[in-house]
Unconditional design. Sequence first.
Length: 115
Amino acid sequence: QVQLVESGGGLVQAGGSLRLSCAASGRTFSTYAMGWFRQAPGKEREFVAQINRSGNTYYADSVKGRFTISRDNAKNTVYLQMNSLKPEDTAVYYCAGSLGSYSYWGQGTQVTVSS
């Protein structure tokens, strides 16, 4: 089982940057695909980015070219570097772990982008 704790959220102006971190417990972190999702007020949770065990990455169209997901297996941590932030990126961001489906979730970190 994996426990996930996000950090790095906050308030930033449009055009700014933030880096989210997600620290995982457990010895099998490297075997998980890891993802970031977000949920804005009144909206469904949506996929943002994924990095699989081999390091291949996938992004939602809305964040391609602006966000970068990465992982450090030695530190059991996954990151989301967010650049050129827009007000529509405002949401609670969650990291999640998958061994085929996303079964493990963090509690989320708030990102607010002001215009």
